[in-house]
Design a protein around this ligand. Structure first.
Ligand code: COD
Ligand code: ATP
Length: 204
């Protein structure tokens, strides 16, 4: 098994890279999705979030109002830290479960774990995951803000605030084994991913 951690700041192109690696044959696990599963309707995680943040972060059907909660936590570092304390251990548990299951199906699988907050959670996971390779998607923050504004309809202020709640580009680069430059065209990004895959799976 080869276990790859794929990280990068918001809108850096992790999903683009992860999707391509999956097309090429990797097993893809997405921490953002696991974080959604951790607070799905009926979970202990959602009860804890509602206890801490109140009914205003729930929709009328009882599910999480993500925009409302985002509006609270990305403006309040202490609240964000508390949310992380509720959600991250469950994300880690679910990720371990998925990795173990994928390994059982195919001991030689290449597993890609897409995790936006790798640098931010290094202490929490200590020796939990033994990455064979850390891949970092890298594009300048200003360009990522423009992507969030033009492609996701966010305001420049909200986009900048999300970035300011994350590690810096330099901190991510410092833990990278491989940096994928995602500042050019998508075709350029995909060509770098294909080259990485060839290196990982080609003859040694
Ligand atoms: C606050 C929430 C409800 C906002 O939901 P929303 O649908 O707007 O965003 P989504 O979850 O799709 O995240 C989009 C991006 O925001 C950034 N982001 C999300 N959570 C965090 C966080 N705790 N700290 C810094 N950046 C974050 C990441 O780059 C992520 O890829 C949600 O982000 C959340 O529950 N966050 C806490 C869990 C978490 O840390 N998730 C990240 C992966 S473990
Ligand atoms: N060179 C490039 N490489 C990757 N994505 C690019 C590139 N140029 C433009 N994009 C666009 O930028 C956006 C990047 O979003 P993507 O979902 O891949 O990032 P992400 O890192 O997974 O984001 P998030 O942290 O929000 O989950 C996509 O809409 C993609 O089409």
């Amino acid at each position: 098994m080869t276990l790859i951690a794929l990280t990068g700041g918001i809108a850096s192109g992790k999903s683009t890279i992860g999707a391509r690696l999956a097309e090429l044959g990797a097993v893809r696990i997405d921490a953002d999705q696991l974080a959604r599963d951790a607070v799905a309707i009926g979970t202990p995680g959602l009860s804890r979030v509602a206890d801490r943040f109140g009914g205003a972060v729930l929709t009328s059907d009882g599910s999480l109002d993500r925009a409302a909660l985002g509006g609270v936590v990305f403006n309040d570092p202490e609240a964000l830290a508390e949310l992380n304390t509720i959600v991250h251990p469950e994300v880690q548990r679910l990720a371990d479960e998925r990795i173990t299951a994928a390994r059982a199906v195919d001991p030689s699988a290449v597993i890609v774990y897409e995790i936006p907050l790798l640098v931010e959670t290094l202490d929490e996971r200590a020796s939990a995951n033994n990455w064979d390779l850390v891949v970092v998607a890298d594009a300048p923050a200003e360009q990522r803000v423009q992507r969030m504004v033009s492609l996701r309809g966010m305001t420049e202020e909200d986009a900048t605030r999300r970035i300011s709640n994350q590690a810096s580009d330099a901190e991510r680069r410092a833990i990278a084994d491989v940096i994928i430059d995602t500042s050019k065209s998508e075709a350029d990004t995909l060509a770098q991913v294909d080259a990485l895959w060839a290196r990982l799976t080609g003859p040694h």
